[in-house]
Design a protein around this ligand. Structure first.
Ligand code: APR
Length: 239
């Protein structure tokens, strides 16, 4: 069984119309990371933080999966339909739902999801597509302790045990549209390399991690990802 792990970052959703974080005009050029992406920011000014995620949640239905999301979802579908001896896992740092809207099924959101809230009183995770306010009651316990189900700086990303296991067993690791600035995701290339996986980066420009990959291809995700998937399928069939 060939095992493939794909890591995606904000760059994969850029051409759908969603801002990245660290590019010029990115989210961190407009908002304070400390205010909207840390537990301390939430304690200090919870409504400000809710407003930030409310806006992102409102914008999400206005954008669509692009050719990169679709190529990854099609890749998984073809593997299944043709019964190929291949396991493909997509791990995304993105909190948007564009991978699942494109059709990806084997998918982990390591930094949480915009369409979920977490009640810190009763620990319930709630699917949520509206605005949330400091006084919005939890539909389960009624307390006003809802927060976005997003992993903030200083918190532990989700699914880490399963992700690490997959990286330590994979044959191919592909990183798409991420700056390689944020750990633990930035260290995935090294974990995969320690398992002797081939490591490939597909990014618009060189990232902080470029030198750690076996191969780095530069360009927009909507071009590089469909090209990569097409040539992988051709090579697999010619084996
Ligand atoms: N195609 C491919 N790559 C692109 C494209 C594109 N069309 N547009 C931008 N990129 C690249 C940029 O060159 C950059 O290297 O995507 C990367 C985006 O980097 P970041 O903005 O840092 O986003 P990401 O790596 O996903 O950030 C990681 O940081 O703030 C946190 O929690 C947030 O999950 C996020 C984490």
């Amino acid at each position: 069984m060939q095992k493939i792990v794909v890591l995606t970052g904000a760059g994969v959703s850029k051409e759908s119309g969603l801002d990245t974080f660290r590019d010029a005009n990115g989210i961190w050029a407009k908002y304070s990371m400390e205010e909207v992406c840390t537990p301390r920011g939430f304690q200090r000014s919870p409504q400000k933080l809710h407003d930030f995620y409310n806006k992102l949640r409102q914008d999400l239905p206005t954008v669509k999966p692009n050719a990169a999301h679709i190529a990854l979802a099609d890749w998984e579908r073809v593997i299944k339909e043709r019964n190929l001896e291949v396991e493909l896992l997509v791990v995304t740092q993105n909190i948007d739902d564009l991978h699942e809207r494109a059709g990806s099924k084997n998918l982990y959101h390591m930094h949480g999801e915009l369409y979920k809230l977490w009640c810190t009183a009763c620990d319930m995770k709630i699917t949520w597509n509206q605005n949330c306010f400091v006084d919005t009651p939890c539909p389960q316990c009624g307390q006003e302790n809802l927060r976005p189900d997003i992993v903030w700086f200083g918190e532990t990303p989700y699914h880490m045990d399963a992700i690490q296991k997959a990286l330590l067993q994979c044959d191919l690791f592909i990183s798409i549209g991420t700056s390689g600035e944020v750990y633990p995701a930035a260290g995935f290339v090294e974990l995969a390399a320690s398992a002797n996986a081939k490591t490939i980066e597909l990014n618009l420009e060189p990232s902080a991690g470029t030198s750690r990959f076996n191969e780095s291809r530069l360009g927009p995700a909507t071009q590089l990802v469909p090209e990569f998937v097409k040539s992988w399928l051709q090579q697999y069939q010619s084996k």
